[in-house]
Design a protein around this ligand. Structure first.
Ligand code: COA
Length: 171
């Protein structure tokens, strides 16, 4: 018989910055896992707007309020290199990914297949993004901010404020 044990998962992303879409995936995962590592990728290829330290800080602030509503343990950590190596080093057995639109599928399929080859015991669980967040991306949020558009339905008030400071005050 296969019994449920303490489940540790990793939810990776660049989080530049973390959006309400990411938060939706985090909250829904937290119902099913006991410990969730929110793994913030260094990802220099993407040339993030926020430094790794800032992305960690912002992600940590967003996740703080979750602790009172979920029994799941949340930990925000940086990672570089292969996701699978990070997940294994944290003794995670699951990788959580959100799927938004069909175009996400090819990339996710490739990544899952490679990760499975590298570590056959690692599973990837996909959650369909909420319809409100299907077309949201961190890039879009940054672009809307630069064009002085309203991002309040995509990010928290705090992220909204930090984005404006970063983009317009060049903090
Ligand atoms: N709601 C809203 N937006 C979402 C979302 C959701 N539920 N899920 C993802 N997004 C957005 C992200 O903000 C991101 O926006 P951006 O491209 O404008 O920055 C975009 O959708 C793509 O998300 P994702 O696919 O999660 O990309 P990412 O850059 O955030 O993270 C890594 C990618 C870091 C997880 C991945 O590259 C990785 O694991 N790298 C490590 C190397 C490795 O192990 N590679 C695999 C073997 S080849």
């Amino acid at each position: 018989m296969i019994r449920k044990k303490f489940i540790t998962a990793a939810y990776p992303g660049t989080f530049d910055p973390i959006t309400l879409g990411h938060m939706d995936i985090i909250k829904r995962s937290a119902i099913y896992v006991d410990k969730l590592f929110i793994a913030v990728a260094e990802n220099s290829e993407k040339k993030p707007l926020f430094s790794l330290e800032e992305r960690l800080e912002l992600t940590q602030i967003e996740c703080q309020s979750l602790r009172k509503d979920f029994s799941c343990i949340f930990e925000v950590l940086p990672f570089s290199g292969l996701l699978i190596d990070f997940a294994k080093s944290m003794e995670a057995t699951l990788i959580i990914r959100g799927l938004r639109v069909m175009s996400d599928f090819d990339f996710e399929y490739q990544m899952t297949s490679i990760n499975k080859q590298l570590s056959p015991r690692m599973e990837t669980f996909f959650l369909m993004a909420h319809e409100h967040h299907n077309f949201v991306s961190s890039t879009a949020v940054k672009e809307i901010t630069r064009c002085k558009g309203d991002i309040s339905s995509f990010v928290s008030p705090h992220i909204c404020e930090r984005l404006k400071l970063k983009i317009f005050d060049k903090l």
